[in-house]
Ligand binder design. Structure first.
Ligand SMILES: [Zn+2]
Length: 467
């Protein structure tokens, strides 16, 4: 049986400062090597100060993943030399003196599959290496320490996944969950990264590192399973090793033999004492946990009668569910859910578009009111939405600017219907013998009015006029 386990690194992007100093956690807005200080550069004599908010945010993640939360935690030094690590060790966590990491064992259920969480660690991110030129012929490697020391949560799973598809599904669920908790913005470049370990029946465990995106992770795992099965079928031994994902060639390549924990010479970080986590703080964090995605979904279905599929899409994305929460009432909930999932999601489908979008809860409320009162058609609402997202103008302004108001004037509509009747004698004949085909004529009227005819009135008048 194929076994896949994951180590997911997730940046706590919503924090103010780094994990052990007051440099900004949002390193992305700085020029290279401007977001640094003696602490995150590991200069002699500097001492780390633990960011209390990071401990709280990581605890919330542990709680949401049903992990145990210990009453005291410890930090360790993981020693290794690499240019992106200015101290020559990373401050991280390890469960060698009992469960002293921020989260203990837990689990996440995907459908009927339970994925066990081994532990959750709070640790610092290293800096970033920037290669000049191609990766095979690097003449120069530059290093940017702005990211060094930013707060990272590592989520380690048991090897419970059996297919690359399951892995991808889990990562999507996890990324929605972290966004919903308000601890991270997974759409930021590099905010979520993962390593995978893969083994097939009778083979050794192979670790894959350096995978840049979830999409590539699925591919890398798929490639690795195929590679191992091919070796196995030819009676070639699969060795325990670390392999890197080469995203240009879309293959894994052997990089070095796998380090054991011993190689890192872990020892307690003497500059940070054991941290006692007050049960009162844990209780408070638990009580302030945002509503889970699954409970939101259930509420949308049971309270507003929103179809399960729509409720699923709406609840799993914080941006849209926040808009929905702000704009809906009991009477318009279904209409607003419909506008968001069928039209808005298509218009605002990337991070950049969301940031630029001018849509507000008031716009959504006005749109649904206008549809429900027959002032504009659904089709016109879609055109209005496009303009609103772009300009942020009031709906009334948009309706008059684009002339989107419904044609609900009876005589005006009757004239148009008469035109259609004379142009479509065959369809009229069919509609008389088979009333269901009348929709074709309604469609023609809609075409002539550019979708602005009041559909109910059109149907009533059509029926009368073809009799
Ligand atoms: Zn710093």
């Amino acid at each position: 049986m194929t076994k896949i386990g994951l180590e997911i690194h997730c940046q706590l992007t919503n924090l103010e400062s780094k994990l052990f100093c007051s440099c900004k956690a949002n390193y992305r807005e700085f020029e290279i090597n401007e977001n640094i200080c003696p602490i995150c550069m590991g200069l002699p004599g500097s001492l780390p100060r633990l960011n209390q908010e990071a401990v709280k945010k990581a605890t919330i993640i542990a709680m949401a993943l049903n992990c145990t939360t210990p009453d005291k935690i410890a930090f360790f030094r993981k020693n290794y030399f690499y240019p992106d690590l200015p101290k020559n060790f990373q401050i991280t966590q390890l469960n060698i003196y009992g469960d002293t990491s921020i989260g203990g064992t837990g689990s996440v259920t995907i459908g009927d599959k339970k994925i066990r969480i081994t532990r959750i660690q709070l640790e610092e991110d290293p800096g970033r290496l920037i290669y000049e030129g191609s990766s095979s012929k690097n003449l120069i490697t530059l290093v940017d320490y702005n990211r060094a020391g930013t707060p990272l949560v590592e989520i380690v799973t048991e090897p419970d996944f059996e297919s690359p598809k399951q892995v991808r599904k889990f990562l999507n669920i996890l990324s929605d969950l972290l966004e919903n908790l308000g601890v991270s913005d997974p759409s930021l470049d590099g905010a979520m990264r993962a390593d995978a370990n893969v083994s097939i029946e009778g083979g050794k465990k192979v670790e894959i590192k350096n995978i840049g995106s979830f999409h590539d992770l699925e591919k890398a795992v798929h490639f690795e399973i195929t590679r191992q099965e091919s070796l196995h079928s030819r009676d070639i031994q699969i060795i325990q090793e670390t392999r890197h994902w080469d995203d240009k060639r879309k293959i894994t390549v052997s990089s070095r033999s796998k380090e054991e924990d011993l190689d890192y010479r872990y020892f307690l970080e003497g500059d940070i004492p054991w941290i006692i986590i007050d049960p009162e703080i844990q209780k408070e964090l638990k009580s302030k946990m945002p509503e889970s995605i699954s409970s939101k979904k259930e509420r949308y279905i049971s309270k507003f009668n929103i179809p399960a599929q729509v409720a699923d899409v709406l609840s799993s994305d914080k941006f849209y569910s926040d808009l929905f929460e702000e704009s809906h009432t009991k009477d318009n909930a279904k209409e607003i859910a419909n506008i968001i999932t069928t039209d808005l999601m298509g218009l605002v489908d990337t991070r950049e578009k969301r940031e630029e979008s001018k849509i507000t809860a008031t716009h959504l409320r006005d749109l649904s009111d206008s549809i429900q009162s027959g002032k504009i058609s659904r089709n016109s609402a879609k055109n209005a939405l496009y303009e609103i997202v772009k300009t942020g103008k009031d709906l009334s302004q948009v309706i008059s600017k684009l002339d989107l108001g419904n044609v609900s004037n009876e005589s005006e509509l009757s004239e148009i219907i008469q035109e259609v009747i004379s142009e479509e004698p065959q369809a009229v004949k069919e509609a008389k013998s088979n009333p269901q085909t009348i929709n074709y004529l309604v469609g023609k009227v809609m075409q002539k009015t550019k979708g602005k005819a009041d559909p109910k009135l059109t149907l009533d008048l059509l029926k009368k006029q073809i009799e």
